[in-house]
Write a protein that binds this ligand. Structure first.
Ligand SMILES: *[C@@H]1O[C@H](CO)[C@@H](O)[C@H](O)[C@H]1NC(C)=O
Ligand SMILES: *[C@@H]1O[C@H](CO)[C@@H](O)[C@H](O)[C@H]1NC(C)=O
Ligand SMILES: *[C@@H]1O[C@H](CO)[C@@H](O)[C@H](O)[C@H]1NC(C)=O
Ligand SMILES: *[C@@H]1O[C@H](CO)[C@@H](O)[C@H](O)[C@H]1NC(C)=O
Ligand SMILES: *[C@@H]1O[C@H](CO)[C@@H](O)[C@H](O)[C@H]1NC(C)=O
Ligand SMILES: *[C@@H]1O[C@H](CO)[C@@H](O)[C@H](O)[C@H]1NC(C)=O
Ligand SMILES: *[C@@H]1O[C@H](CO)[C@@H](O)[C@H](O)[C@H]1NC(C)=O
Ligand SMILES: *[C@@H]1O[C@H](CO)[C@@H](O)[C@H](O)[C@H]1NC(C)=O
Ligand SMILES: *[C@@H]1O[C@H](CO)[C@@H](O)[C@H](O)[C@H]1NC(C)=O
Ligand SMILES: *[C@@H]1O[C@H](CO)[C@@H](O)[C@H](O)[C@H]1NC(C)=O
Ligand SMILES: *[C@@H]1O[C@H](CO)[C@@H](O)[C@H](O)[C@H]1NC(C)=O
Length: 869
């Protein structure tokens, strides 16, 4: 991808150069000599008008760039982006790359009248709709570029009629389905670019017949299955990329046998087994090899040392199964500039001096490998990005002192003690420093030492820092300092950091008030986490910047009202103020925040009703709503939950998962929320956090019926309405909440029967109906029957299993059968408990765990900490 991007840049640059040149020549060309054929000029003129954006420019000039300079009374062969055959006057080339063409390409488009086109480039325009079959009429095409448009639907099989085609670029579109079989006619094709196009199906084996191919790019699609074993028929192949698909099985070693192969990118698939590189001819031309994020296991093949041309090697997450890795196999690869061996699961200890042979390394990631670092200063002279996370390092690596090109340093999750050396901040290129999860206790040197650097991101969280916060330079965008022992007031100097985007100071001992300055200075502040400190005073309006996406000030002693200035934070997604002393009525105005996903007001002094006549609360994206333990009152209208879209339908949160390299230059923070589910308190982080959908209104004084609209929220996983004054019956429609895993209706005044329909909820692992006025038989159904007796305690007249009390005569007839069922259920409870002891959340949320496994390769973790309340 990187390569094609650069290529594209070079291409754009050279095209621009050529056109600037040809334009300047044309100034001197004779205006009399009209080459252009009138019918083709008219076709061009019409084509331009097909994409005219009506109302965009009142004077009738199209909104695009190149076509803007087309004029009627000049030779169309001289127009921007047009080339003609000098003999016949036919237009043979149309290049409107990135020309703001906007709209569908219709099958009757005048484009298809330019029958003699040999090269057509409409890349990077907004050409929506389906790619019409008529494209097959341009039968002399050699080069076709439609990349970076918005085409969708199937790739038309008429493409197979373009038998002169040598270059085809359809990448970055929304095509779907498989490649048409007709493409096996394109036997002159040399470059096929289909990256990021949403294509699916097996590897298109007809490509093996296109023996002229030098480049195949199928990256970032939805292809699956195994690759054909004999790929050496593609004997001219130079570049092969299938990264980011779901290919599995062993990787065909025949590819390594292709002598011209230079670029091989297989990352983020499910290839498995050991890798056979085979008996390659030496010297190998392979320069780029990425195998990251697959299921390769076993030893790293020794023959990798024959790939002496490699400059880029990514083996991250290869599973060597805790075996010993002989790192000397890499010593032959002297041209490497990029080497990623992170998390290869070895128990070997490596002496970093082994890497002193790699003079050109600019990128090195050895995370997860036990490292021994000798103090040689001659290591890695040109290193720019160095990641040594979780390497069991105990001392700050001194050899870095002379690394004047180092811009990114991650030595997080080691056991380094003492002070952060002063010289670190003097490294002239250093912009990113992650020293989190160590035992650092202070900063060496004067107080302003960091301030003199040009650092952009500092992560010092989870250390033992105690001093007041260090002074930071104006360049700081991301400061992560949570879980240390910082104390005193949050210094006002932090307000002067005009580019600050993320400030995380949770879990420290800060006291005093929240600085009243973010509104004024840090207008770009988007993440402010001050959770779990000893901040007091009112929650100031002036602490809110309009750009906030995530605000967490929970577990402090803040008082006063919720700042109204939040109303201007239209990007706000996450708002957590739990466990403070905020005294306010329900913030109805929050409904104006279209992106709000999480609202936690738990354990404060909020009061009054949460509904208001004439105000319809609709939270289209809200997933977590926790207003428990406040003093809210009133009856909830029947339609209260009607507009809560995110909880009533599946939203694709998977798309938002960060890829492996995201976060390298951003404040990689995690929102987290603690909640009570299944009688347990747990903390949700990562993907657990993004898929949980919960409503907790417990511990208030709500009365009246449970609003039936709750049953619209089909995606709800946890519902807690306990400890209120709800009356009436339990709505049978609760059975619509088919994803529900935890239901707590205890300590209310509910009456009538437990609706038998609830027995159908198969995921409902935990429920509590105790302390109500319920009566009648407890419904059948494995989940209900396996509850602890205490879940039904203190009611008027519940009867039947699992209670001892029988429901009159009927019970006895069925005893025998039920005894069997009961035994089965008991077994189930037992195994449930056994599993719970091993891995409590696992049992609870089989679904969620499945999700995590499937999304592990996106580097997305969920950790659930739990303890019994
Ligand atoms: C240019 O010529 C075409 C076809 O002859 C005509 O439809 C169009 O109106 C002309 N445009 C201008 C700006 O003269
Ligand atoms: C692209 O085209 C689509 C459909 O024609 C339109 O909805 C969208 O606004 C366009 N995008 C841009 C950036 O012009
Ligand atoms: C092309 O077809 C569309 C409908 O598909 C029609 O609206 C348009 O007028 C046609 N254009 C020409 C030039 O025939
Ligand atoms: C290719 O062209 C031939 C004749 O020009 C036509 O009959 C055929 O349908 C075309 N094939 C495709 C796949 O469009
Ligand atoms: C490849 O070409 C051969 C001979 O032309 C043909 O028999 C075979 O079906 C083709 N394979 C594919 C996958 O198109
Ligand atoms: C693979 O294809 C090549 C070239 O077509 C052929 O020489 C070779 O025998 C094939 N190998 C296997 C194992 O089919
Ligand atoms: C590998 O190739 C070399 C020469 O190209 C040959 O001498 C050797 O026997 C081959 N090894 C194997 C295992 O095929
Ligand atoms: C940082 O910005 C502030 C306010 O704009 C300015 O007063 C200060 O001099 C700057 N500091 C440095 C080190 O540039
Ligand atoms: C804040 O903490 C500092 C040191 O921890 C202490 O000296 C000071 O009295 C505290 N201030 C308040 C208002 O509690
Ligand atoms: C929201 O922003 C506008 C314009 O900046 C401002 O006038 C208004 O007072 C702000 N509202 C609140 C509640 O702060
Ligand atoms: C710093 O490293 C830790 C541990 O490896 C990681 O969890 C955290 O996301 C990193 N910080 C940033 C800002 O990337």
């Amino acid at each position: 991808m990187m390569c094609s991007c650069c290529e594209r840049k070079v291409m754009i640059w050279s095209l621009c150069f050529i056109f600037c040149l040809s334009n300047s020549i044309l100034v001197f060309a004779s205006p009399d000599k009209h080459l252009c054929r009138p019918d083709q000029r008219d076709a061009l003129w019409e084509f331009k008008r097909e994409f005219y954006v009506k109302g965009f420019h009142s004077n009738g000039v199209a909104a695009d760039k190149k076509t803007k300079r087309w004029t009627n009374n000049t030779d169309c062969c001289s127009w921007d982006g047009i080339s003609c055959d000098p003999k016949t006057g036919n237009i043979v080339e149309l290049d409107l790359l990135s020309s703001s063409l906007n709209g569908p390409l219709r099958s009757n488009s005048s484009l298809f009248r330019l029958q003699h086109l040999q090269s057509l480039d409409l890349g990077y325009n907004n050409l929506s709709g389906i790619l019409p079959d008529s494209i097959g009429n341009l039968k002399y095409l050699r080069v076709l570029n439609l990349g970076g448009c918005h085409f969708h639907g199937k790739i038309p099989s008429s493409l197979g009629n373009l038998s002169y085609l040598t270059g085809l670029d359809l990448s970055i579109n929304d095509f779907n389905g498989e490649l048409p079989d007709s493409m096996d006619n394109l036997n002159q094709l040399t470059e096929l670019r289909l990256g990021s196009t949403k294509l699916s199906g097996n590897f298109p084996s007809m490509l093996l017949n296109l023996s002229e191919l030098t480049l195949i790019d199928l990256a970032s699609n939805q292809f699956e299955g195994m690759l054909p074993s004999n790929m050496s028929r593609l004997s001219k192949l130079e570049s092969f990329s299938v990264a980011g698909n779901s290919f599995y099985g062993s990787f065909p070693s025949s590819l390594f046998m292709i002598p011209s192969l230079f670029y091989l990118s297989l990352g983020s698939n499910d290839f498995s087994g050991t890798l056979e590189i085979g008996n390659i001819s030496s010297p190998s031309t392979l320069g780029f090899l990425s195998l990251v994020e697959n299921n390769f296991n076993g030893p790293i093949p020794r023959s990798i040392s024959k790939l002496v041309g490699l400059f880029y090697l990514d083996l991250a997450l290869w599973n060597t199964e805790r075996s010993i890795v002989d790192f000397s196999i890499f010593l032959q690869l002297k041209s490497l500039t990029f080497l990623d061996l992170s998390y290869i699961n070895t128990r070997s200890m490596v002496d970093l001096s082994l890497f002193s042979h790699f003079d050109s390394l600019g990128y090195l990631d050895l995370s997860g490998i036990n490292l021994k670092i000798s103090s040689s200063l001659h290591l890695l002279p040109h290193i720019g990005i160095l990641t040594l996370s979780s390497c069991n390092i105990v001392e700050f690596p001194k050899f870095l002192k002379t690394k004047t090109s180092l811009s990114y340093l991650d030595i997080s999750a080691n056991q380094i003690e003492g002070q952060v050396p002063e010289w670190l901040w003097r490294l002239p290129m250093l912009r990113y420093a992650n020293i989190s999860q160590n035992f650092f206790s202070g900063f060496e040197g004067s107080a302003d030492i960091i301030q003199r650097s040009q650092i952009v991101l500092i992560d010092i969280s989870s250390n033992r820092f105690q001093d007041p916060l260090p002074l930071l330079p104006n360049s700081t965008k991301f400061f992560l300092g949570s879980s240390n022992g910082f104390s005193g007031k949050i210094p006002r100097t932090i307000c002067e950091l005009r580019f600050l985007d993320t400030l995380i100071l949770s879990n420290n001992n800060f006291n005093g008030s929240i600085p009243r300055c973010f509104e004024k200075f840090n207008t770009k502040l988007s993440v402010l986490h001050l959770r779990n400190n000893s901040l007091s005073g009112i929650f100031p309006e002036e602490s809110i910047s309009d750009h906030l996406r995530s605000l967490d000030v929970g577990s402090n002693q803040l008082s006063g009202e919720l700042p109204k200035s939040l109303i201007n934070c239209t990007r706000l997604e996450f708002l957590n103020v739990d466990d403070n002393k905020i005294k306010d009525t329900f913030p109805f105005w929050l409904r104006l925040l279209p992106n709000l996903e999480v609202l936690v007001l738990r354990s404060n002094e909020f009061h009054g009703p949460i509904s208001s006549p004439g105000v319809s609360l609709s939270f289209p994206k809200l997933r977590i709503f926790d207003i428990s333990d406040n003093r809210f009152i009133g009856v909830l209208p029947l339609d209260y939950f009607a507009g809560w879209g995110a909880m009533s339908s599946v939203l694709d949160t998977v798309d938002r998962m960060p890829s492996r390299f995201e976060g390298r230059d951003s404040g990689n923070y995690r929102n987290s929320v603690s909640m009570t589910a299944k009688g347990l308190k747990m903390e949700l982080v990562g993907s657990g956090f993004t898929i949980y959908k919960t409503i907790d209104v417990s511990g208030n004084r709500f009365e009246g019926d449970i609003p039936v609209s709750i049953s619209f929220l089909k995606e709800l996983i946890v519902l807690n309405m306990s400890n209120n004054a709800f009356t009436g019956r339990i709505p049978p429609s609760l059975a619509n909440l088919s994803n529900l895993q935890s239901l707590d209706l205890s300590q209310n005044g509910l009456s009538g029967e437990i609706p038998p329909e609830l027995g159908k909820l198969t995921f409902l692992a935990w429920m509590n109906f105790s302390y109500n006025n319920l009566e009648g038989p407890i419904p059948q159904g494995t989940q209900i029957q396996s509850q602890n007796i205490s879940s039904f305690a203190e009611n008027l007249g519940l009867c039947g299993a699992p209670l001892q009390k029988t429901c009159g005569g009927k019970e006895e007839e069925a005893t025998e059968q039920e005894e069997d069922e009961e035994k089965e259920e008991k077994d189930q409870v037992l195994s449930w408990i056994a599993a719970a002891i091993g891995y409590v959340p696992g049992v609870f949320c089989g679904l969620i765990i499945g999700h995590i496994f499937s999304s592990y390769k996106h580097d997305w973790f969920m950790r659930i900490f739990h303890y019994l309340t």
